[in-house]
Design a binder for this molecule. Structure first.
Ligand code: CP
Length: 317
């Protein structure tokens, strides 16, 4: 997978997963994102990095944050943006996704941002397209959501400055979460020494045994002295055939409440990739507290997506 997403000179050609991305490359993305942070505060909110390029958003699943921030990021880079409405597209007449992509390439698309329920679909499309077309995985089933993993790690860097002394707890339905997978790979690569997974045993991943992860089934133990708490919703849409826990019972055991912050470090930050289910995995008084950086994650997501798209096109400075 990493071979497909890297070009011979080590730059990113497609972004499909955070797994296998090197530490230096991630820091390069962060440095570029840092330089883009203030573009949103300017009177004229754009830079010419993607002038003449066309970014095509293909979302086969719903999205609020990812689709919109990719559109904003592309526009701030001066790209033309196409948001294909899948429901009213010719997919309904039986056209394959590959034919759809080929047609959009014929119209001049340079970058495709693809969200699809099937794990591996962005990789298949990356294999299908030619050298001058770039694919960004915006979430494929429970597999990966690399720009979310990167923007979460970037948010941690902004608030905690370094990674090599941190304890990070990821709480909830990790098994069905592409966000958690992408975060875990990014944070491991960046050198976080203590990554904890907190939740019921049925929500623990079975495919990450190669990584050094601590598992907790109890909130108080799992959150003890942590620097970062990352909450996840129950991904009911990906739990086909599994028993879905009742919200109330789940919330009693694994919902984040004010009392839990007493066991974490005083300056712990609260994160959530969204969408939040208030009153289930997180209480409103925690989500809206001073320690919450949930909306900062969204803002930083624009800069990270600007950085990734610029690097795909070969514009790094
Ligand atoms: N975090 C995230 O992927 O949110 P959306 O589903 O709204 O894009």
């Amino acid at each position: 997978m990493s071979k497909l997403q890297l070009s011979n000179d080590g730059n990113i050609k497609h972004l499909l997963t955070t797994e296998g991305l090197g530490r230096d490359l991630i820091h390069k993305i962060f440095d570029l994102a840092e330089s883009f942070l203030n573009v949103g505060n300017r009177e004229i909110k754009n830079v010419p990095f993607l002038r003449g390029k066309t970014v095509c958003n293909l979302f086969f699943e719903n999205s609020t944050r990812t689709r919109t921030t990719f559109e904003i990021a592309a526009k701030r880079l001066s790209a033309d943006v196409i948001n294909l409405d899948i429901d009213s597209s010719s997919q309904s007449k039986g056209e394959s996704i590959f034919d759809t992509v080929d047609n959009l390439i014929s119209m001049g698309s340079d970058i495709f941002v693809i969200r699809h329920p099937e794990p591996g679909m962005p990789e298949l499309i990356a294999k299908h397209v030619g050298d001058n077309v770039h694919i960004i995985n915006a979430g494929d089933g429970n597999h990966a959501h690399p720009t979310q993993g990167l923007l979460d790690a970037f948010t941690i860097k902004k608030f905690k400055d370094r990674f090599d002394n941190l304890s990070v707890a990821i709480v909830g339905d990790i098994k069905h979460s592409r966000v958690a997978r992408s975060e875990i790979h990014a944070l491991s690569t960046l050198g976080v020494p203590d990554i904890r997974l907190v939740g019921p045993s049925e929500f623990m991943p079975t495919d990450m045994g190669q990584l050094d992860l601590a598992i907790f089934e109890n909130m108080e133990n799992g959150l003890k002295n942590v620097d970062v708490i990352m909450m996840l919703r129950i991904q009911k849409e990906r739990m086909i055939g599994s028993i879905i826990p009742e919200d109330e019972k789940y919330s009693e055991r694994f919902g984040l409440r004010k009392k839990h912050l007493l066991v974490a470090k005083k300056d712990t930050i609260i994160m959530h990739p969204g969408p939040m289910n208030r009153g289930v995995e997180i209480d409103s008084d925690v989500a809206d507290s001073k320690q919450s950086v949930i909306l900062a994650q969204v803002t930083f997501g624009i800069a990270i997506r600007m950085a990734v798209m610029s690097m795909l096109i070969g514009k790094n400075i």
